[in-house]
Write a protein that binds this ligand. Structure first.
Ligand SMILES: Nc1nc2c(c(=O)[nH]1)N[C@H]1C(S)=C(S)[C@@H](COP(=O)(O)OP(=O)(O)OC[C@H]3O[C@@H](n4cnc5c(=O)[nH]c(N)nc54)[C@H](O)[C@@H]3O)O[C@H]1N2
Ligand SMILES: Nc1nc2c(c(=O)[nH]1)N[C@H]1C(S)=C(S)[C@@H](COP(=O)(O)OP(=O)(O)OC[C@H]3O[C@@H](n4cnc5c(=O)[nH]c(N)nc54)[C@H](O)[C@@H]3O)O[C@H]1N2
Ligand code: SF4
Ligand SMILES: [Mo]
Length: 717
């Protein structure tokens, strides 16, 4: 049977794969051993990609809810016409802000979806744009906006001496950093090679993760205490004068204020808040700063950054924790200097010049549109998903009444599951673009069925930011899609056209009367890149571009005195709060923590038989805790938080810290009493909107106080 080369698009790692096809059926998928980036690596879900595409729950046509609450197929032309008409009626009466868009994870893995979905949204004039980023790592946006950004570029993983990974487990998530080439492909080989060449790896994670087992130093803070840990590390670096004075003098303001703000974080106080031994706080700080004695001079020769994932960005003090990680990088000067040469990572995307200057803080939420919910403003043009349910439920002239969901499953992904579902049911119109009847699709008025990976041509423009080396790949369609489906981009393009609008793409207005093909759009998208499209199309395993050299240029005129804000007043207040944190309440003594499952991509893969072997998401608990609670492996328990309760199946797990319950998200049913062995458990029945993070309404999803209780056997009371 013919084998075709392509790349997997279930996550941004974009692993090269060999796909065996029989006519239009995918027979098998294996990692491509000759692929320049992934070198044969693939994960269990990637190898089952054929079942995602052709499995029994794949939607082969769009659906409309009928009067009796069931669903019936609807031709796409009719669906588009009806949806456009209903949207116009709603926005005609209530204004454009009555329409919202929720952009989910899978929207990001087709190059054409995100730009065209966004372009459609701009035609509506609405401000109600939401995405998963704001229930994920929006702390990163807040840091950029409060601190500003250095535009000369970050140091890279492949030339680093040290790397600190906090709250991320790339061995499972393939998501190790901020686009510094840190462990996105073939993680075990990438980490092994880096350590062989001398890289010191520091991992900050309460769990002994697959990544932490490879670390030179593993710190296990109590969940939710990262801010105190990083404050403690900064204190060591600053008091021992291991910082890069030159870089700070030149590019940063507020070093003295920062020094004062972290001064209370002595190794002893840090230990008492985080549980990390004082000696390890000092060791980590010294290992990261990279000099064995006090130098007080530029450490520019010692390289490497601190990067984070969801474990830091979902905690109760996520904005300040992430800010302090950025401070570690700035204070140690881990950025490229004027005249430094670095590989140009942009291959299909336009190259952006690097300049030794700062984009000053811009605090986007302090100007422009504000939601009537808490007066919350925008970040990167988005409102936080933490207020989406209130935007729908709370009365007000611009209440969201119609919601489009693109490649996401908010019914499972949003905190406070009950409220989220109540909100989605309350809508006058819910349209879900999804390849299956997801939990969200089951609440929708229309489900638009799109093509899936292997059924559409694509390229890696949007993923190249994460690649370790400058690389690009194109894939043609390998198998024909079911007749009733439409490309994601095309649905939104045609929806705009049905309302008399055209969308702007790659710098031009597309003609609604003459729709381009996907191939044409992919070529337009990449036209400002470094390699011609023909060359890309013929290279079946992609193109590893010679690391064209990019030189960090001097600051633009008038930019030389712009500075990063290391410690603005609100950050100083948040540091004080994080350092004043009282220890755990006795009522809810344990902490729920986030994790990912190798076999799944959020809610994707749950239904593929045998993919997650257990068939549910276990509550991983340390054996000590189980013994103390008199609970056995495999038993069903109740887990309770201030927000709600769930039933869950307990698994003994030596890798989790005592006192924690480590569970993955996006499982469970609408009924929290449902059998957790059959449907899993939804941790979002335990999370809610604490409004701890006043800027981005980021809910706490890790470090959530919980208690575990034995389930009272039926009939025992
Ligand atoms: N296989 C797989 N890969 C995925 C996904 C998936 O569902 N499955 N999802 C994708 C998505 S959407 C995302 S956003 C990324 C996320 O990518 P990552 O952020 O790397 O996600 P995790 O692998 O869960 O790693 C989070 C780690 O944080 C730790 N942690 C929990 N609480 C704390 C804490 O308070 N402090 C610290 N320091 N650590 C803590 C957990 O133990 C865990 O090891 O992964 C992506 N990749
Ligand atoms: N408690 C708790 N809650 C969390 C998290 C947590 O760690 N803990 N993690 C958060 C994070 S980081 C994230 S990113 C979110 C995940 O939130 P979402 O992105 O909303 O969830 P997914 O399950 O990834 O939804 C993707 C949907 O896209 C569909 N799909 C697959 N392929 C395609 C395609 O080609 N086109 C289209 N249109 N659809 C497709 C899938 O069937 C699926 O329903 O959850 C968040 N919620
Ligand atoms: S890690 Fe898995 S899901 Fe991600 S691209 Fe590779 S094979 Fe696909
Ligand atoms: Mo995510």
């Amino acid at each position: 049977m013919p084998v075709k080369l392509s790349y997997c698009r279930l996550c941004p790692a974009s692993c090269g794969v060999r796909v065996e096809v029989d006519g239009d059926r995918i027979v098998s998928i294996v990692g491509d051993g000759l692929h320049p980036l992934s070198g044969g690596y693939s994960c269990p879900k990637g190898r089952r990609g054929g079942e995602f595409v052709q499995g029994p729950d794949r939607l082969t046509t769009s659906m409309r809810r009928t009067a009796d609450g069931n669903y019936a197929p609807i031709p796409i032309d009719a669906a588009i016409a009806e949806i456009a008409e209903r949207l116009e009626a709603i926005t005609g009466e209530h204004g454009p802000d009555a329409l919202g868009l929720f952009m989910g994870t899978q929207q990001n893995f087709a190059a054409l979806s995100t730009p065209i979905v966004r372009a459609w949204f701009r035609t509506t004039g609405s401000h109600k744009l939401f995405s998963t980023m704001t229930i994920d790592q929006s702390a990163k946006w807040i840091v950029q906006s409060r601190m500003g950004e250095y535009l000369g570029g970050r140091q890279r993983f492949d030339t680093a001496d040290v790397w600190l990974l906090a709250g991320t487990n790339p061995m499972v998530s393939l998501n190790g950093g901020d686009g510094d080439g840190a462990v996105t492909q073939n993680p075990s080989v990438t980490i092994r090679k880096a350590r062989e060449r001398g890289l010191k790896l520091i991992v900050v994670d309460p769990r002994l993760t697959e990544t932490a087992t490879r670390a030179d130093l593993h710190l296990r803070p109590k969940p939710g205490t990262d801010a105190a840990l990083f404050a403690g590390m900064l204190r060591v670096i600053l008091t021992e004068e291991r910082h890069d004075r030159q870089f700070c003098d030149r590019f940063a303001d507020g070093l003295r204020v920062l020094t004062a703000a972290v001064a209370p974080a002595t190794p002893e106080l840090t230990q008492s808040i985080t549980g990390v031994p004082a000696g390890d706080v000092i060791r980590a700080a010294r290992m990261f700063a990279g000099a064995s004695g006090a130098t007080g001079t530029a450490t520019g020769r010692f390289r490497g950054m601190a990067t984070t994932g969801t474990g830091v960005c979902m905690g109760p003090h996520s904005n300040v924790a992430e800010h302090l990680v950025a401070c570690l990088n700035v204070v140690c000067g881990r950025y490229l200097r004027e005249g430094e040469v670095t590989p140009d990572r942009n291959v299909l995307a336009r190259t952006m010049p690097l300049k030794a200057e700062v984009r000053p803080p811009y605090r986007s939420w302090e100007s422009g549109f504000r939601s009537r919910i808490g007066g919350i403003g925008t970040m990167n043009g988005e409102l936080p998903s933490g207020i989406l349910a209130d935007e729908i439920l709370e009365p007000g002239p611009d209440r969201v009444r119609a919601l489009m969901v693109s490649g996401g499953n908010p019914a499972r992904a949003l905190p406070d599951r009950e409220k989220a579902e109540r909100a989605l049911r309350e809508l006058d119109l819910l349209v879900c673009v999804d390849t299956r009847m997801s939990d969200t699709a089951r609440l929708a008025d229309y489900i638009i069925a799109p093509t899936m990976l292997y059924e559409r041509p694509d390229h890696t423009l949007l993923a190249e930011f994460f690649f370790e080396q400058p690389f690009a790949q194109y894939t043609p369609r390998l198998v024909a899609p079911p007749e009733g489906v439409i490309e994601d981009w095309e649905f939104f393009f045609r929806l705009a056209a049905a309302s008399g609008c055209s969308v702007k793409f790659a710098g031009r207005m597309l003609d609604p009367a003459a729709p381009p093909t996907s191939e044409e759009l992919l070529a337009m998208f990449a036209e400002r890149g470094r390699i011609p499209m023909d060359e890309l199309i013929t290279a079946q395993r992609g193109v590893l571009v010679s690391p064209g050299e990019k030189v960090v240029g001097p600051p633009a005129e008038g930019a030389a005195d712009r500075r990063l804000a290391l410690c603005p007043d609100d950050v100083a207040d948040e540091i004080a709060t994080a350092l004043g944190e009282a220890t755990s309440a006795r009522e809810l003594p344990m902490r729920l923590t986030v994790r990912r499952m190798r076999e799944l991509m959020n809610s994707l893969g749950r239904n593929i038989s045998g993919l997650p072997r257990s068939g549910y998401n276990p509550a991983h608990v340390h054996p000590q805790d189980l013994q103390r609670l008199g609970i056995e492996h495999g038993e069903i328990v109740r887990i309770r938080s201030a927000h709600g309760r769930i039933r869950a199946v307990v698994h003994t797990d030596h890798t989790v810290s005592p006192g924690t319950v480590s569970m993955t998200h996006c499982w469970g049913a609408s009924d929290p009493e449902a059998d957790p062995r059959r449907v899993g458990s939804n941790v979002n029945d335990l999370t809610g909107y604490d409004r701890l993070q006043s800027i981005n309404a980021m809910p706490t999803m890790t470090g959530v106080p919980v208690a575990i209780e034995r389930e009272v056997p039926a009939g025992a009371h």
